[in-house]
Design a protein around this ligand. Sequence first.
Ligand code: ZN
Length: 221
Amino acid sequence: MRYSDEIIEEVRSRNDIVDVIGQYVHLQKKGANHFGLCPFHNEKSGSFSVSAHKQMYYCFGCGAGGNVITFLMKYDNLTFQEAVKQLADRAGIKLPDEDDSPAAKAMRDKRQILLDINKEAAKYYYYQLRGRTGQKGMEYFRGRQLSDETMQHFGLGYANITSDDLVKHLKSLGYEDSQIIDAGLASYDEKYGTHDKFWNRVMFPIQDASQKVIGFGGRVL
Ligand code: ZN
């Protein structure tokens, strides 16, 4: 079930992050922010900060950060939908029932296919970076002092120099040209047919709040 942006915004705005996190972490106000011991790493002095103004949290110790929904997801190991549901209940917001019309279902299926394609592409770029053809990309990231952990954490990847290998890979998994183009990963022209949109680039997956890959940023080498 995918909730509309409006309902997610309502859930977020009616669950003050200081109140919610305050149920789990002892917070003390210091200046504009609240501080406490980080629940995501072991520490003796509080480097975990919560901003009422920004409605965000951030840990200076381990880098964990996000909003009230992603806090709950991480703290209670919930999916995005579960966290939204829990917070909606907390604020007395009634969530809409799933729309069962065929049109709504077709829309959900289509969105799911696009997410699946993006996930496969992220995996493909990820392994390209770590393979022989990815050397150039790896040198770029190493030159920027990125550790293996950071690269892994952000799922960084590489689109190699050939301009149709991703399309071929995705088609071998059963996806159609039109779906790959809709996902923003390929273009079509008469001369080259369906071809990769990204090549010779280091790739950064862009994730939504539920940590699904919804697109990519790239940097040409
Ligand atoms: Zn931390």
